[in-house]
Write a protein that binds this ligand. Structure first.
Ligand code: BG6
Length: 487
């Protein structure tokens, strides 16, 4: 439960993200009595709306996915206001300041404000700067209140633009005030990677190059680009999924244990992984990377269009919707262990998982009977939809002969737990309110990942290179050519 009272200020309050994610999360938190008191919400958008119109819109959006309890909603609605702003006009930030004061004349929220930027990323710098100039960033921090700024990825589109954005954010806000969201980190099963590794004594001693053959991190989606062509066609899968979620999963698998589970120490260890990543050999890029784009195909029995036929996509677009990449981490633990990262849209299924493939036994006493090869152990950390831990190992097959069979030890994550389950955005909001940055990206890590990916992106974006984007039919396992990226 969050104790400190607060005003949540949502920029982009009439947009999709607010209606689909932020508001439902706030509603659920209120229903589970997790929010502080008082908790005020100020929605900000460009449209001319009254507070009651905004409340009505939010109620309608919620009703699409929730059974809204009228009395609970009535209580919540009382704390919701709306302010129309033009984000470019300094006068409007003065108006915002006055509105904040008017909403809480007695200072019951103690100057605590959470600015949530649910706006297109090209507005982040502008809004942060204007907030700062209006005295709504650090100046408050010097008093009693805590001010936080929440931004969603993408944080820039390459190393240079990420640094530029950061310079602006840091001109007005301190790093401890900035919460860069990676919604993957809010997934229970993603957080579980660290618990599983570091709260058990039996896995960590073999979690290294001596025992692990390779690691395979997969994030397949069956969805296509949906209504996000404007953003996606400029981003592509490397910026959309790799720069953030895939890199985060990689760090969780590969990092060293911090001495304390504390935000800065955990983030230090994640950054060290990125620092140790072997630069991509851009002259031999084909050995390490395959890019693809979905063509028309069948998903769940119904035909779907190819990427270039999707509304809003340039028909000549060479934006990749699939990538498979082989990376190495140059340190003592991981030297020589390939790590495969694969993500794609319009794949055969929605599946996110981490596979730890162990090495075969060093010497088989069964080799005269069974031959040299014994299938090695495999550990699957299922993230979605199978939220599980699954260990495959060999046992004797029943019968008189010496014969092995692989069997599974399976743990279903949700089974046997009766407590409340928070969804991704609920957890994100909670941590922002609590000021806990463990789940969020720190700027050094953002830059290190961009530093790793930017040469690859430049190489991919150059006109000659762009020919080698392979088509794959929607609803399949990606391009055939990806099979050459293997251990
Ligand atoms: C988002 C990407 O960050 O993650 C989307 O922008 C992608 O393109 C989504 O679909 C996947 O998230 P999840 O939680 O559905 O795996």
């Amino acid at each position: 439960t969050v104790k400190d009272p607060l005003i949540l200020v949502i920029f982009g309050a009439t947009g999709d993200l607010t209606a689909r994610k932020v508001f439902p999360a706030v509603y659920n938190l209120m229903r589970t009595h997790t929010l502080p008191h008082p908790f005020l919400i100020l929605g900000i958008g460009r449209s001319e709306l009254t507070s009651s119109m905004f409340q009505h819109n939010m109620q309608a959006a919620l009703a699409k996915t929730h059974k809204v309890d009228p009395s609970a909603w009535e209580v919540m609605a009382r704390s919701i206001s709306y302010l129309q702003m033009d984000y470019t006009r300094p006068q409007d930030y003065a108006k915002l300041k006055r509105t904040l004061k008017a909403l809480d004349p007695d200072g019951r929220t103690q100057g605590n404000i959470l600015f949530y930027l649910a706006v297109p990323p090209d507005s982040y710098a502008l809004i942060a700067e204007q907030l700062g100039k209006a005295g709504l960033s650090r100046e408050y921090v010097k008093g009693n209140g805590r001010i936080s700024l929440v931004v969603e990825k993408p944080f820039g589109r390459d190393l240079e633009s990420a640094r530029k954005l950061d310079r602006t954010l840091h001109t007005w806000f301190e790093e401890h005030q900035i919460f860069r969201i990676d919604h993957y980190m809010a997934k229970e099963t993603v957080q579980n990677v660290l618990m599983f590794r570091f709260a058990n004594a039996m896995f960590e001693p073999i979690w290294n190059r001596s025992y692990i053959d390779y690691i395979e991190i997969t994030a397949w989606e069956s969805l296509g680009v949906e209504h996000r062509a404007g953003y996606y066609d400029r981003a592509g899968v490397l910026r959309d999924m790799f720069q953030n979620h895939m890199m985060m999963l990689l760090a969780l698998c590969a990092m060293e244990p911090p001495s304390l589970f504390e935000s800065e120490r955990v983030r230090d260890e994640r950054s060290k992984v990125y620092r140790a990543m072997q630069p991509f050999p851009v002259d031999r890029i084909d050995q390490r990377l395959v890019l693809g784009q979905y063509a028309a195909g069948i998903i769940n029995g119904r035909p779907v269009p190819g990427y270039v036929e999707e509304p809003g996509v340039d028909p000549r677009s060479l934006t990749p919707t699939y990538a498979r990449m082989k990376v190495f981490i140059d340190n003592w633990r991981w030297q020589g262990v390939p790590m495969f990262l694969t993500s794609g849209k319009r794949m055969a299924e929605k599946r996110t998982e981490i596979v730890i493939q162990f090495k075969e036994v060093p010497c088989s006493m069964f080799h005269r009977i069974l031959g040299d090869h014994i299938t090695a152990n495999r550990l699957v950390l299922g993230i979605h939809p199978n939220e599980c831990v699954d260990l495959t190992f060999q046992t004797k097959a029943p019968g008189t002969r010496v014969c092995l069979r692989p069997v599974n030890m399976h743990f279903d994550y949700a089974k046997g737990y009766g407590g409340p389950l928070f969804d991704d955005y609920e957890k994100i909001l909670l941590d922002c309110m609590l000021g806990d940055q463990t789940l969020f990206w720190r700027q050094d890590a953002v830059e290190l990942c961009w530093g790793f990916l930017t040469p690859i992106l430049e190489e991919c974006d150059c006109p000659d290179r762009r020919k080698t984007i392979y088509l794959y039919r929607a609803g399949t396992n990606g391009p055939q050519e990806a099979q050459r990226i293997k251990p």
